[in-house]
Design a binder for this molecule. Sequence first.
Ligand SMILES: NC(=O)c1ccc[n+]([C@@H]2O[C@H](COP(=O)([O-])OP(=O)(O)OC[C@H]3O[C@@H](n4cnc5c(N)ncnc54)[C@H](OP(=O)(O)O)[C@@H]3O)[C@@H](O)[C@H]2O)c1
Length: 240
Amino acid sequence: MLGDKLENAVLITGAGQRIGRFLAQRFLDETDYPVIFTYRTERPAVEELKSAGALGIQVDFTHPNAVHDCCSVLTEKVQSLRAVIHNASLWIDEQLVLQKPELMQAMFDVHVHTPYQLNQVCLPLLQASSCEQKDIIALSDCRTSEGKADYAGYLSSKAALESLMLSHARAFAPDVKVNTIAPGLVCFNEGDSEDYKQKRLDESAIPKPAGMESIWQAVDFLMNSPTSTGSKIEIGQLMR
Ligand SMILES: NC(=O)c1ccc[n+]([C@@H]2O[C@H](COP(=O)([O-])OP(=O)(O)OC[C@H]3O[C@@H](n4cnc5c(N)ncnc54)[C@H](OP(=O)(O)O)[C@@H]3O)[C@@H](O)[C@H]2O)c1
């Protein structure tokens, strides 16, 4: 802490559940970096992270001014950032997007507009870090390069996110490394039927979800790599 401001903090968006929450907890358990996270929905996990010492910012990135308001909190509370992890995501299938076209905009708000603005605001905070390395990492999806008929909107917004990360990798070098992690199936959603799970597993050459630990390993690798920037780590499954 410098005064009452956080130094060398790690910011994770959408960390109220699943992968984001897992990463936030690992940073708290295994590093000295203060953790700041965003969440949209109040859940017991949010309170658990706050009780463990993380700073939570409630924000819905589809609301006008949401990113601006989130950035105001950041500049007020944070002296410097060690890393920014763009994890928040909307996974919406094509049928629903066709019924509610505004969901297409929502996915671009969360996956592209928010990282674009956050990166600009966070750049000076990352440059202010006393750590040798500074990182921006985005969570994308391994299917962006192939496309998928039933997730066209979702994948197109994630492809835009990947392109943004590449441009910012060039723009922010050599001070800040900017990389993408593009997983395939990491974990199932609560409520997925056994039939659905089996169908997803049958599509893969190795019929197992990658697991959240593999995302932590990729984050750990990127943050410790002195030169990896503009790269994409695919933790995807080879499809049968
Ligand atoms: N799980 C997988 O198998 C898998 C596979 C490929 C890629 N990925 C990628 O890995 C990342 C994490 O996946 P996940 O499965 O853990 O995601 P998830 O469970 O869907 O969680 C994503 C988080 O994003 C937040 N979010 C959604 N809309 C938001 C909005 N409008 N404003 C602010 N926050 C919003 C949600 O917040 P609240 O919960 O607080 O509402 C949620 O906690 C995502 O980027 C995803 O695309 C995951």
